[in-house]
Design a protein around this ligand. Sequence first.
Ligand code: NAP
Length: 411
Amino acid sequence: MSTSGEQITMEDGVLHIPDTPIIPYIEGDGVGADIWAAARPVFDAAVKTAYNGERAIEWTEVLAGEKANEHTGELLPEETVDTIREHRVAIKGPLTTPVGAGFRSLNVALRQKLDLYANVRPTYYIDGVPSPMKDPGQMDMVAFRENTEDVYAGIEWKAGTEGAEKVRRFVEEEMGFDETIHDGPVGIGIKPITEFGTKRLVREAIDYALESDGHQFVTLVHKGNIMKFTEGAFRDWGYEVAREEYGDEVITEDTLWEERDGDPPEDAVVVNDRIADNMLQQIQTRTDQYDVLAMPNLNGDYLSDACGAQIGGLGVAPGANFGTAACLAEPVHGSANKYAGQDKVNPSALILSGRLMFEYMGWDEASDAILDALETTIAQKRVTYDFERNLEGAELLTCSEFGQAVVENMG
Ligand code: NAP
């Protein structure tokens, strides 16, 4: 633990950021060590450039995932959770989650234990990045994904277990759904979506739209036509927040068409809703009509990866988890284990996640310095494998070389 840095604190509900804040980081599994080694010098150079050396970050490593298991015998030591909670602002690489067996997700555990209820994933285009879209610059959406419930709070019973059979009997005999489940082994899951979880997430999305320039529409993305009492309720509670808590600042799509013939007032946010499957096509066919997406957990996961594909892929898709006076920045992508240790993948997603962290701290100049240098590097066509394969005349860089190039272009 550091001796020269100072802890970020909160006084009267306001974050106090010292000039040398201690910021915990989790390197992450798989490609985590590669991208962290490339991104950290970028963060340090950005702060140095933006504040002429008067500010600096005191990084402190906290362990999670495979590295934690090796050192402590635990995948997510309590000390890691406590340190992040105490320091309020942190950044992490990806953590592997086994499929079909083994432990439940460490990412989910971290977000739930720290009550980081909003997973925010902005998707914006950087000039020169190769994209499958004709006009990728139209993509400028910010996903607000509920981060503590839906499938993240999902309760599941494995096929063939006493638990699964007990739930089947309860559903069939006590709840009266006796023709619903086929005979034979069945895996059963329950996904809770609450009014509390929905409303606090939708409030964040609306507040963001009200404060930001150029993000006027908030779209509730749900599958309420089929899952009426979970996803449908998410939509209804979302509209309730819009109607009951914001007065004239927020109108719904119905009002927009009934009273204004589709012409939105300049100073108001418009809340609408779309069914998730339709939304997956709308983001491609009507990209410029969507700004902020508020979604239950699973829809948010699918939609944000699909948005990311339009602006160059997961290598450049940033994110951060927010709670009450807390921020844990992390890229959208996972641990991409097949590339682990090869110094190959694109560190941009982690670098851009750092921008979200700096903006949360009010260090906008450092955030801007990062974006400027990243844009310059991409304009120079000095890129990692994911961009190089689709970019004529590009120079292929390793992960660490790319980070170094961004540092060279700083300031
Ligand atoms: P993934 O790790 O995100 O990788 C999927 C593909 O995305 C990669 O094969 C690669 O595509 C591309 N990609 C990912 N990161 C990239 C980068 N930095 N630069 C360039 N391309 C990148 O997804 P996954 O393979 O499905 O998941 C692996 C593990 O990560 C799983 O255990 C999963 O549970 C976990 N995961 C963790 C998080 C998290 O920690 N927040 C998030 C998602 C998944 P190409 O090979 O086509 O180039």
